[in-house]
Design a protein around this ligand. Structure first.
Ligand SMILES: *Cc1c(COP(=O)(O)O)cnc(C)c1O
Length: 220
């Protein structure tokens, strides 16, 4: 039985190795532990082991779990990595320190309003549909310049790009594309890489990797 602290150490070591091979600093890569579907009992051991960045994909689930958990340790940073409905923008801005799923003009407008009302702005990433997949969330690659311009006009600061590459194909070209798009638009952050491919993502410039299964085990 491998415990949470061992899993965390293993993932951290893999990130450090990949960073070294790419001549990057491991400290420039934030490991987000994706705790969706997992309860407080599964999350606490990771907090105890020093993990501070956590990711959730649903506002409702995060609102039920995190206000209590947050009080148990200093410095917890909560990331929204799933799609966000515009009518939940206020709640998302109140709850999350980072939102990785900005993907359409209506959401940009809703977030701009919510941030102004709240007097704060989470760290924001635009999610890009790098595989141009029909069913997938994220802004089309071709629509990215217009979406960034809309955010700019709404005084919403976008710091990076996020992507989920198509399943079951080599992800490296998609990570490289996201890195190139971020570079082209002068954005410093890249949220890419999950349990199966975070090592590759780190070598291709990820600043945030989103790892669930490798830390928590399989989701039921
Ligand atoms: C669930 C999820 C992850 C984590 O996936 P694992 O394969 O369990 O590491 C990462 N990113 C997003 C957007 C997710 O929804």
């Amino acid at each position: 039985m491998v415990d949470a602290a061992d899993r965390l150490a293993g993932v951290a070591a893999t990130i450090a190795q990949a960073a070294k091979r790419a001549h990057r600093h491991a400290g420039d890569i934030d490991l987000i532990a994706v705790s969706k579907t997992h309860g407080a009992d599964a999350i606490r051991p990771l907090i105890a082991a020093g993990q501070r960045h956590f990711g959730e994909n649903r506002v409702q689930e995060a609102a039920a779990k995190w206000p209590d958990l947050r009080t148990e340790a200093d410095g917890i940073t909560l990331h929204l990595i799933g799609q966000l409905q515009s009518n939940k923008a206020d709640e998302a801005v109140a709850l999350f320190d980072a939102i990785h799923s900005v993907d359409r003009p209506s959401l940009v407008q809703a977030l701009a309003k919510a941030c102004e009302k709240a007097g704060k702005q989470p760290l924001l990433f635009v999610q890009v549909n790098v595989g141009d997949e029909e069913q997938k969330g994220g802004c089309a690659v071709a629509d990215l310049p217009a979406l960034l311009a809309a955010a700019d006009a709404a005084h919403l600061k976008i710091e990076g790009l996020m992507a989920i590459p198509p399943a079951d194909v080599e992800p490296a070209p998609y990570f490289a594309l996201l890195d190139e798009l971020a570079e082209r638009h002068g954005l410093p952050l890249r949220s890419m890489g999950m349990s199966g491919d975070y090592e590759t993502a780190v070598m291709l410039g990820a600043t945030h990797v989103r790892v669930g299964t490798a830390l928590f085990g399989t989701r039921s």
